[in-house]
Design a protein around this ligand. Structure first.
Ligand code: F0G
Length: 458
């Protein structure tokens, strides 16, 4: 008999979980103004808020931390980390930052100016925030098929070359960079094919526009290329990553995801001019060029994390757990963005809470219901996150309204996945009875979803 699939690691240290009663959760959620970001983590049973910085480090990473060189300038840890990044990506210039959005801040300070236009396949919210903060415009050029949540295609994160070319043609001299996000978080952790990466870069280069890969989950993207794209089955994850970056000019990285560390980020590029320009912002914003907001020991742990995650078994374990949860939801008939993404399941709240009007934020409502039901904390990736249009100040209801079940790396077991699925099923079974959603009582102008306050409508 063929042996079943199992995790590529065993557990050396555990952290107890805390359960609570529905009554307690009602009180805590009310105090948090119906915003799960504002809950104390002690009030959460299974935490699916994000896969960012929430993973478990390995014994190899903890051992590397003991070797950290905390020198202000020229730390050995920096060179160890830089050589690892250059080895994987081929980019010779590397600037460490404290996390992904800091990398965006440094790079965009150098290249994005008022009135410019930045196309991308569904910019992540901080990326869009950094563009709009500079009074430039972020334009989404994801393939339209990504919006059909029930359509099963292998590379749903792809760029529409048609939409991209339209932006490039209509804005000569105004596009400083194209942002290619792998995997495409906003549409469901969906991958981008190698063919699409190559063609996107070729098209941009034809118009003289450099490409920055927003690389938070580039190793998961490489896994999907290996398992889904013709011609890549026999290549290693490292070889696939190397080819992905060979077409692009630069990357910004949130190392808190595929870097398998709790904090960290970087910019890496082959463009000397961008490197020189970004350096001037890196020093005042992040710190000197050989630490940039990270400890020496963090850079060592990151170097090990990146190399470790390139091992096929490690990334396979991760993606298969997300698939496992998806299969459970299939059993219960719960709709989500198909196929399952690399880091999360994006539950299609619009199709579940059909009695809650969009003005009352169905996905945020479903997120609250799931928490009340079980103590499972998910995250809204929908109309609240979409913010208001910067010009009209209207809510942006044009996109999708998801509840993201985001799985931390190497933290929970498949038994936890069973609990999550069962909790969601219980809410799903009484979906018809949920007829009212939430009203915003306070919101920030930009990136409101972190701090937004709501009132439950009765
Ligand atoms: N780009 C992508 C694609 C991301 O998913 C994130 C963060 C960032 C950039 C910013 O990186 O958090 O290190 O500053 N995503 C997290 C999430 C927060 O929950 O999806 P950061």
């Amino acid at each position: 008999m063929e042996l079943p699939f199992a995790e590529a690691w065993k557990i050396k240290m555990v952290e107890p979980l805390k359960k609570s009663t529905r009554e307690q959760r009602e009180k805590w959620l009310e105090e948090a103004k119906q915003n799960i970001f504002m809950l104390k983590s002690d009030y959460v049973y299974i935490d699916l808020l994000t896969d960012s910085g929430t993973g478990a480090m390995s014994d190899r990473q903890w051992a590397a931390m003991m070797m950290g060189d905390e020198s202000y300038g020229g730390a050995r840890s920096f060179y160890n980390f830089k050589d690892t990044v250059t080895g994987i990506t081929g980019f010779p210039y590397v600037i460490p930052t404290h996390q992904g959005r800091a990398a965006e801040n440094v790079l965009f300070s150098a290249i994005v100016k008022e009135g410019m236009v930045v196309p991308g396949n569904a910019h992540f919210d901080t990326t869009k925030g950094h563009i709009e903060f500079r009074k430039a415009t972020a334009i989404d050029v994801t393939i339209p098929e990504a919006k059909d949540t029930q359509l099963e295609i292998p590379f749903k994160g792809n760029v529409s070359l048609e939409l991209l070319e339209k932006v490039l043609k209509e804005n000569p001299g105004k596009v400083p960079v194209m942002i290619l996000t792998v995997t495409n978080n906003t549409v469901g952790g969906q991958p981008v094919s190698m063919k699409n990466i190559r063609e996107t870069c070729e098209l941009c280069h034809k118009y003289g526009v450099p490409v920055n890969i927003d690389s938070a989950r580039f190793i998961e993207n490489a896994y999907f290329i290996k398992t889904r794209e013709e011609g890549y089955a026999d290549k290693t994850i490292a070889e696939i990553c190397s080819e992905m970056f060979s077409y692009a000019d630069c990357m910004t990285m949130s190392a808190k995801k595929d870097g398998l560390v709790n904090m960290g980020g970087f910019i890496a590029t082959r463009k000397e001019d961008w490197y020189e320009a970004a350096k001037a912002f890196a020093i005042p914003f992040e710190g000197f060029l050989t630490y940039g907001g990270m400890n020496g020991r963090d850079m060592d742990a990151l170097a090990v994390g990146l190399r470790e995650n390139l091992e096929f078994d490690m990334v396979e374990t991760r993606v298969k757990q997300v698939e496992y949860l998806a299969k459970k939801l299939d059993e219960y008939g719960i709709p989500y963005q198909r196929p399952a993404g690399g880091h999360a399941i994006f539950v299609d709240a619009d199709k579940i809470l059909t009695n809650v009007p969009k003005e009352e934020f169905p996905a945020q409502t479903l997120t609250c219901e799931l928490y009340l039901e079980s103590g499972v904390r998910a995250c809204e990736i929908g109309y609240v996150l979409a913010d208001r249009d910067p010009v009209t100040r209207e809510n942006r209801f044009g996109g999708l309204d998801f509840v993201r079940l985001c799985i931390p790396r190497r933290v929970y077991t498949n038994n936890h996945m069973d609990v999550i699925a069962a909790a969601l099923k219980n809410v799903y079974d009484r979906r018809e009875t949920i007829t009212r959603g939430l009203e915003i009582t306070w919101e920030a102008e930009l990136m409101r979803h972190f701090t937004c306050q709501f009132r439950r409508l009765k």
